[in-house]
Design a binder for this molecule. Structure first.
Ligand code: SAM
Ligand code: SF4
Length: 380
């Protein structure tokens, strides 16, 4: 973690379209319509123009969603042409695109490869067709494998696979099967999330009605523990609560978030952090497009992060990393020791063995990893 910079060298672009909405997902996404997507990409281009002065040469770009890979090859080519026209990218920039299995083909992969994309992230979620159906996913396991292998054949070496555990009716054996099948594909990076029941999703409704048969908290903790032990034993470094990577394959873009560094966010509902101000864009596609038709930044909310709020957020984000927060980096950024602002809270969590000090860092203990949210809530 370094001192924050005024101009961002990271860029997030949100593509808010999916074929259909998965039953558990609360991300800002809508049904895909080709014509609307075309107008949306024009609006994105205008938004890029409005941010030219806020960027340094880009080190990381993340095109996420939604499902960016639902765009046609032509639309993707246009998006990358706009990106390269408006921003300078460092030659070693990490450029990631989130892909939904079943939505990539040779033409799209070729466009991405030619545009310098060097990292793909596939949402697999589970290695079982029945489970995928219960999650409302649009693809089968076979389609995922086809997309994954095709990407590898196209020369994409740096691939992440997202999986979710503690799914309804999921047994430990079923989770172990998913995990081992994913490991057998040897991806560079694996994100393993525990299912979060988000408001305003079908899963939330079914859970409230008692119809979602979720594994117990103990089983969920066992699944998490198993995940850490297994992935570590297979050469993946556990570098963030939910993220595991082969050496030198940490997600550089996500590290920008966890280090609370500047990042421009473009697109409907995207968040950014520039010059000490955190902002959130208008969520709806039509109002987002309308704002840009007037050449206004489509911002819905802003918050200037200063004082304790910035310190707490920096601490909370860095504690997500397995190494924790560096005492020296914190002092460098804020001109004081971590204990000045947080002595009482830190003492409490250290006494309860949820946090621990190393010689250089403060970090979550093994136990703290499962209860991280309790620590974070108190910091807010
Ligand atoms: C922004 S989504 C986009 C990925 C891509 N659209 C896909 O689903 O294939 C990134 C990841 O967040 C995770 N995710 C989304 N909703 C979640 C939830 N309620 N609980 C846990 N993980 C979730 C999924 O693993 C998903 O792949
Ligand atoms: S999980 Fe991915 S595909 Fe499913 S609705 Fe969310 S963003 Fe779209």
């Amino acid at each position: 973690m370094n001192s924050p910079v005024k101009t961002a060298s990271s860029l997030y672009i949100h593509i808010p379209f999916c074929a259909t909405k998965c039953y558990y997902c609360a991300f800002n996404t809508y049904s895909f319509h080709k014509e609307q997507a075309k107008v949306y990409l024009q609006a994105l281009r205008t938004e890029m123009e409005l941010y030219l002065l806020d960027t340094a040469p880009l080190r990381t770009v993340f095109i996420g969603g939604g499902t960016p890979s639902i765009l046609s090859a032509k639309a993707l080519a246009q998006l990358f042409a706009d990106l390269h026209t408006h921003f300078e990218l460092r030659t070693d920039a990490e450029i990631t695109v989130e892909c939904n299995p079943g939505t990539v083909d040779e033409e799209k992969l070729k466009v991405m490869h030619n545009a310098g994309v060097n990292r793909l992230s596939f949402g697999l979620q589970a290695m079982s067709d029945d489970t995928l159906k219960q999650l409302g996913r649009i693809h089968t396991v076979t389609e995922f494998l086809h997309s994954y292998h095709l990407s590898r054949e196209f020369g994409f070496e740096n691939i992440n696979i997202d999986v979710i555990f503690a799914l309804p009716k999921q047994t430990m054996a079923a989770w172990q099967y998913t995990l081992h099948e994913v490991i057998s594909l040897a991806p560079a990076h694996i994100s393993a999330y525990n299912l979060v029941i988000e408001e305003a999703t079908p899963f939330y409704e079914w859970s409230t009605a008692g119809e979602l048969h979720l594994p117990s908290e103990d089983t969920e903790a066992d699944m998490f523990q198993y995940t850490i032990e297994t992935l570590t034993a297979h050469g993946y470094t556990h570098y963030e609560i939910c993220n595991f990577a082969r050496p030198a394959r940490f997600a550089r873009h996500n590290l920008v978030y966890w280090d609370n560094q500047a990042c421009i966010g473009l697109g409907a509902g995207a968040c950014g952090y520039v010059d000490g101000v955190r902002y959130t864009n208008i969520r709806g596609i039509a109002p987002y497009i309308n704002a840009l038709a007037q050449r206004n930044k489509p911002i819905a909310d802003t918050e200037r992060l200063t004082g304790r709020a910035e310190k707490a957020e920096t601490l909370m984000l860095a504690l997500r990393k397995r190494e924790g927060i560096s005492f020296e980096d914190y002092r460098h950024r804020f001109g004081e020791a971590l204990d000045v602002e947080f002595a009482a809270i830190l003492k409490k969590w250290i006494d309860l063995q949820l946090l621990e000090r190393t010689t250089t860092h403060l970090r979550l203990t093994h136990r703290g990893l499962c209860l991280a949210n309790e620590v974070f809530v108190e910091l807010m």
